[in-house]
Design a protein around this ligand. Structure first.
Ligand code: GDP
Ligand code: IMO
Ligand code: MG
Length: 446
């Protein structure tokens, strides 16, 4: 995307998370005034590499590494006060000051200690009808309370702690009784400890808290530019993902409006971030998964271990079916294709270009998890390339087989690739690839 283009942009993941959104937000944010998180919580782990340093951001927008940008945590995010303060303190220790450049929504919901406890208990309990493989950050239980309303706590409640306290005592008591009954054990929740620590956190958070919806609406009205940073990935979307193996928020650009408090007309560009292969962490269907030495090799080459939990990521070939589904659902205007370097050295590189369910071809993922588990991938195989591409700066310099593979990704997903990433660092990026790709396409067809 050229710097001169106007409009606001959203960066989202097109798969099951960890596509490289942090790197792309960091790269694009020099053209924007605001960087805004609108969904999820500390389940996210966005890596930004600057020089020799690597930062893992969970609740803070990746723009926070650029103090001249305003970073906003919107009302659609669920905030664990101790986690966000820990992140701020961790950055301060590394010389990154977070002050007036961070704004936190007064309407965002608070992840409480009992949410994290419930997340852990539900994951470890055999009776609960199967685990999701969550990040155990309390995300699902917090969003559930948000919908339930009466037991929810928002940031604005923390800012009026004296009136919150009696209600909080009742909520904690009810949670203790409820969790003990459901999980058949004496759950310990010390209300005085919870209140003391939350009161201290609330006092520290106060200077960051504001009505971020008004802030962003004014920014739009006065021609400032906003970059929205999606967390998780499209296939983890609560409504459109591989349910129930999803997270509990809307993860596409369609959730920017409610999650950030701006109008539905705000976002004009959507950058879909996706890897040149596929990964998933946690449980759930994964049609193009490679449960073999090829999958293991991708994991090792790509260093595919969770940024938040350290869990090994499941690996497979690029799935064009789900990427096309995600791109169409989220109005994706361009693709950032990540980790092309990881595919160097394979004799053949595969791509899932179709799904077969019970002997029939299908073009989109079915709704029911049982059907999705039965889907068989239709793979197309491509000759690989042995060259190290991690220092390549233009599309033209890429090996022919890599270019052919990229062209197939573009045509299979139906969206132009404008960024190709060949390593974790900023410098390892081919920008404006779409023009080059078009030229390559033209040359190929002439
Ligand atoms: P996010 O959650 O979408 O921001 O992605 P994560 O940070 O969880 O995971 C992406 C990982 O891949 C991080 O360790 C990045 O530093 C790394 N990464 C990003 N782009 C590339 C790339 O093109 N090549 C390689 N080898 N690593 C990359
Ligand atoms: P980023 O933003 C990868 C997955 C979890 C689990 C499911 C539900 O770094 O891409 P949750 O804790 O949200 O209730 O877990 O969703 N998950 C992610 N996987 N990257 C993420 O975020 C994820 N956020 C949630 O592994 O399968
Ligand atoms: Mg991540």
């Amino acid at each position: 995307m050229s710097n001169s283009e106007q409009g606001h942009t959203c960066v989202v993941g097109l798969a099951w998370g960890d596509e490289g959104k942090g790197k792309i937000v960091d790269l694009l944010c020099e053209c924007y005034d605001f960087v805004v998180r609108f969904n999820g919580g500390a389940n996210a782990g966005h890596t930004v590499c600057i020089g020799d340093e690597s930062f893992a951001l969970h609740l803070l927008p990746s723009g926070v590494l650029h103090p001249e940008k305003t970073s906003v945590v919107g009302p659609g995010v669920v905030i664990d006060p101790s986690a966000i303060l820990e992140e701020i303190d961790g950055l301060a220790k590394r010389g990154v000051r977070v002050g007036e450049n961070l704004r936190i929504s007064d309407r965002a919901h608070v992840v409480m200690p009992y949410h994290k406890l419930e997340d852990q208990l539900s994951e470890s309990s055999a009776q609960q009808g199967g685990q999701i493989g969550t990040t155990a950050r309390g995300i699902g239980p917090c969003y559930a309370d948000k919908m339930r309303r009466t037991s929810a706590v928002r940031i604005c409640d923390l800012m009026n702690f004296d009136s919150l306290e009696p209600r909080l005592r009742e909520i904690v008591c009810a949670k203790r009784v409820g969790l003990s009954a459901v999980y058949g054990q004496d759950v310990v929740l010390d209300v005085d400890v919870i209140i003391a620590s939350l009161r201290a956190d609330a006092a520290r958070l106060k200077s960051f808290v504001t009505d971020t919806g008004v802030l962003l609406q004014e920014a739009v009205a006065t021609g400032r530019r906003i970059l929205f940073e999606g967390a998780n990935g499209t296939l983890l979307d609560i409504d459109h993902g591989t349910y129930p193996y999803v997270t509990s928020s809307g993860t596409t650009a369609n959730s920017v409006a409610p999650g950030a408090g701006v109008s539905a007309r705000t976002v004009s560009h959507v950058v879909g971030v996706t890897k040149a292969y596929a990964t998933r962490v946690g449980r759930g269907p994964f049609v193009s998964e490679l449960n073999n030495e090829i999958g293991d090799h991708i994991r090792t080459q790509g260093n595919e271990f969770g940024t938040t939990t350290g869990r090994p990521r499941r690996c497979g070939w690029f799935d064009a079916v789900v990427n096309r589904y995600s791109a169409s659902l989220g109005g994706v205007t361009e693709i950032a294709l990540m980790h092309l370097d990881t595919l160097s050295g394979f004799d053949e590189v595969g791509m899932c270009v179709g799904y077969r369910l019970d002997g029939r071809d299908i073009t989109t993922p079915p709704a029911h998890v049982d059907q999705l588990e039965r889907v068989e991938p239709v793979f197309e195989m491509f000759p690989g390339w042995s060259e190290d591409v991690s220092r390549v700066g233009t599309i033209e310099e890429l090996p022919e087989n890599a270019k052919r593979y990229l062209r197939r990704v573009e045509s299979a997903v139906g969206v132009p690739i404008t960024i190709v990433s060949v390593g974790p660092e900023r410098s390892q990026t081919i920008i404006g690839a779409t023009c080059a790709m078009t030229e390559v396409n033209d040359a190929a067809s002439s």
